[in-house]
Design a protein around this ligand. Structure first.
Ligand SMILES: Cc1cc2nc3c(=O)[nH]c(=O)nc-3n(C[C@H](O)[C@H](O)[C@H](O)COP(=O)(O)O)c2cc1C
Length: 254
């Protein structure tokens, strides 16, 4: 279903616009992702956002993110796999930025025709992603949430670039992987397999499934009540000097 990638020749100056989200909760512990990020910084014209550096308090600037994303032809999501999924700040970014009426649903066409490329690492070696091993499923089994997120927004899901066993892979394999990544960024959208990929599937959400006024938890009466209560609690905790790390706040304030 998700074909493996091959390295291709660099074709600079494609004119395509790339927005790269790098999400690693502990860069200082990273062996591979920090090298991928460094390599991306060497490719001219790639707009890079190190999410954990930009939003240490988890308060995402939705308007700014939507502007950067709207400018891009390709969205790259670079991160280590955590609990068979993405790091929490990357997930929050999706929750906040891919808003109803903008990214999908009624009037939500901003991302149609763009590409999404997952560039991920796993701790488990490839052999562990097998029915007879401890991860029990082929790695492809964990990709549909990414692929369908792209599809619902009218985006094409490009073949992911995954390095398995990132903590233990031989140095030569890591170096080759970093080069493949860098070459791919530089040559996008001139990738050999591009013509064989289908067009974006159409996934229309009927208005009846998502009323236009039901946008975010904080806009809904029940959500407002919840966040008011939460703020009261946090206010009391602040008054008593408790630690309120991660900037929990009502969505209205974001
Ligand atoms: C909280 C957490 C959850 C993780 N979950 C998984 C997982 O579900 N599958 C897996 O193969 N590795 C998992 N890992 C390992 C990371 O994917 C691995 O350390 C990372 O890809 C290595 O890349 P890096 O050197 O850039 O940090 C997890 C690591 C952490 C910290």
């Amino acid at each position: 279903m998700f074909a493996a990638m091959t390295t291709t020749t660099q074709t600079p100056g494609s004119g395509a616009s790339i927005y790269l989200l790098a999400a690693h909760p502990r860069w200082r512990d990273s062996r591979v992702n920090h090298r991928l990020l460094a390599a991306a910084r060497e490719v001219p014209g790639v707009d890079i956002n190190d999410l954990y550096a930009t939003y240490p308090d988890y308060t995402i600037d939705v308007e700014a993110e939507q502007e950067r994303l709207a400018r891009a032809d390709l969205l790259v999501m670079l991160h280590p796999i955590q609990w068979y999924s993405m790091p929490p700040l990357q997930k929050l970014w999706l929750d906040d930025v891919l808003a109803y009426g903008w990214a999908y649903g009624h009037g939500g066409h901003a991302l149609r025709g763009k590409d999404l490329w997952l560039v991920a690492t796993t701790g488990g070696p490839e052999a562990s992603y097998h029915p007879t091993s401890y991860n029990r499923y082929f790695f492809d089994a964990f990709l549909p949430p990414y692929e369908q997120t792209a599809a619902l927004c009218g985006m094409r899901f490009l073949p992911p670039l995954v390095l398995h066993g990132a903590r233990s892979a031989p140095e030569a394999e890591v170096a080759a992987h970093v080069k493949t990544f860098s070459d791919r960024l530089a040559s996008y959208p001139h990738w050999p397999e591009m013509d064989e990929l289908g067009v974006c599937p159409t996934c229309e959400v009927p208005d009846s499934d998502r009323p236009a006024d039901a946008t975010r938890a904080g806009d809904h009466p029940a959500g407002r009540a919840f966040f008011t209560a939460l703020q009261d609690t946090l206010g009391r905790a602040n008054a008593s000097g408790a630690d309120t790390a991660h900037g929990t706040q009502a969505p209205e304030a974001r």
